[in-house]
Design a protein around this ligand. Structure first.
Ligand code: HEC
Length: 523
């Protein structure tokens, strides 16, 4: 008897010391909480170090049990996505057990090194960077929605392989949607505070940013290269959302595009479209109403498609949304189920495996709206009739998707690993460029080339080439440096003294024999 209870005690004791911060919990918190919960991040307090995390233990347990944190609205039993933010069941138990056991630290020296969060870009320099002017949020007691139309000055058509949105002020950018406007018809709208997006029908949503979301990297390495077209002189429209209470704070968000090299072959063209949309519904007050849509409206898909992502969109009265296809076999192609819609957390969800919507499929979206007083997000008290529209107090029912024509084998690609490989190759390429920064880019009258990474004694040549490889200007040739910093300026004058025409150029830097190229745009 005595032995059994001793054993039981031993068992309990060994169980209680099994979860420690250093050995079990730190890495999970780094991976699943800290990307938002760090100083300067969107989370209201940091969760990075042991001393930051332990005082929050009770709140963490409540947020995890209440399924509020990490924010991840999709139902993972329905479909799986890359960049899944949710806790796996084991991770969840590990954190909760650790909290229940009084948050033991373990051996501090064994704690894995905390992640470093850059406020800038993750992917590094791209080929085209467009930034909104510094804007002061007007959001006092309601949110501020504004749109900025920025022309790209892109001299020729390019193919996008990655897009990164870098918030200027990550504490106040609640979301940013980036649209491509090929015809340049949209204008900046910061007056009414209710611009939900461009209203020109030719614009295409490219991607969106919400706190904690990842850059959009398309697979760009063999065997799968995907790209989206960016037409010459296309305009970008930023639809920005600043939350209530951010009044007086400043932001200047930018988007960085990474293009395939000119002439790259074998790229599968990707499109985005709001395939599912319903603009004719009306939501009577004090009722729960279902709204649906199908695509195509008449008949079924005329050929096979590979679906890459899905982005369900509703406003404040949204309650749930399910998007799926009915295949010719009458089986269901499950795309997304958001059982508990949260306007604050919406995203493009990229499938872990491309979803084959074969010829003969019909796509469906079923949404439910709660226009009762019991909906805490209802903007009207008492509730009023609400119809479809662009303002946040109107409603929307949309399902955007990235998709492309299907090729046999598409459904077998492992998107997680292809995306990781593509991201690594992008970062490696952009690090070469980090030797120098060029600003502003695009430039009009003058561009500065700045490098803090040089050593006295380095030998440096800097040339400018056009896209055909012709040398346009010679800024430095085999110069031996006497300082560790260098600032060079180029005013766009060619070797023959004339001003070069607008377009894209390479600034080519040869440092101690090693070459790196920088793409810059004069406009
Ligand atoms: C994608 C960004 C993001 C991630 C990832 C995230 N949080 Fe949060 N968290 C927020 C934001 C923003 C708030 C404040 C607004 C809100 O409550 O939605 C918040 C609020 C909280 C709160 C206080 C409010 C509440 O709901 O209880 C706790 C506790 C919390 N987070 C814990 C965590 C833990 C633990 C993790 C990891 C398991 C985590 N968060 C992951 C963004 C994030």
């Amino acid at each position: 008897m005595k032995i059994t209870s001793l054993l039981a005690l031993l068992f309990i004791a060994s169980n209680t010391i099994s979860q420690t911060w250093s050995d079990d919990v730190a890495q999970i918190v780094y991976d699943k909480c800290a990307q938002c919960h760090h100083t300067g991040g969107v989370g209201p307090f940091p969760l990075v170090t042991y001393s930051e995390t332990t005082p929050m233990a009770a709140a963490m347990a409540s947020a995890i049990n209440g399924e509020r944190m990490p924010p991840w609205p999709p139902n993972n039993n329905y479909q799986q996505y890359v960049h899944d933010r949710s806790l796996s069941p084991t991770e969840e138990t590990t954190i909760l057990d650790w909290i229940a056991n009084g948050t033991p630290e373990g051996v501090a020296a064994n704690t894995p090194p905390p992640p470093v969060f850059s406020t800038g870009s993750l992917l590094g320099n791209g080929d085209l960077e467009l930034q909104i002017p510094t804007y002061m949020s007007k959001a006092t007691t309601s949110d501020d929605y504004v749109c900025f139309a920025i022309s790209s000055g892109l001299p020729q058509d390019r193919v996008i392989r990655a897009v990164e949105i870098v918030p200027g002020n990550s504490e106040i950018v609640h979301h940013a949607l980036i649209y491509l406007d090929p015809n340049g018809g949209n204008v900046t709208d910061t007056v009414g505070g209710n611009c939900g997006g461009p209203n020109s029908p030719t614009t295409e949503l490219i991607m969106g940013y919400t706190p904690g979301s990842s850059p959009m990297v398309l697979p760009s390495v063999s065997p799968l290269k995907m790209g989206m077209n960016f037409p010459a002189n296309g305009q970008i429209v930023f639809a920005m959302h600043y939350p209530e209470g951010s009044y007086g704070m400043y932001d200047s968000t930018k988007v960085i595009f990474h293009f395939y090299p000119l002439g790259e072959t074998g790229i599968r063209p990707v499109s985005t479209a709001r395939l599912l949309e319903n603009w004719t519904f009306s939501l009577p007050p004090n009722q729960i109403t279902s709204v649906s849509d199908v695509y195509p409206n008449v008949g079924t898909l005329p050929s096979d498609f590979s679906l890459i992502s899905v982005f369900p969109h509703m406003h404040l009265l949204g309650k749930s949304m399910e998007i799926y296809g009915i295949l010719p076999s009458l089986d269901t192609l499950k795309l997304i189920d958001i059982p508990d819609w949260d306007f604050e957390w919406q995203d493009f969800y990229f499938f872990k495996n491309l979803q084959k919507a074969e010829q003969g499929t019909k796509l469906h979206a079923d949404a439910v709206f709660d226009n009762t007083a019991a909906n805490p997000n209802n903007p009207s008290s008492p509730p009023v009739t609400v119809g479809a529209g662009l303002n946040t107090t109107d409603e929307m029912m949309l399902g955007f998707m990235h998709f492309m024509s299907y090729l046999p084998g598409d459904e077998n690609y492992n998107m997680d690993s292809l995306l990781n490989l593509s991201t690594v190759s992008l970062i490696e390429e952009s690090q070469v460029d980090k030797l120098f920064t060029a600003y502003p880019n695009p430039f009009t009258n003058g561009i500065n080339l700045y490098s803090p990474n040089l050593k006295s004694g380095d030998v440096l040549s800097v040339y400018v080439y056009d896209l055909e490889g012709r040398r346009i200007a010679r800024l430095m040739e085999n110069a031996r440096l006497t300082s560790s910093e260098l600032l060079l300026e180029w005013d766009g004058t060619g070797e023959d003294g004339s001003t070069v025409s607008n377009g894209m150029y390479y600034i080519s830097v040869r440092l101690n024999g090693e070459l790196s190229n920088h793409r810059v745009i004069k406009h």
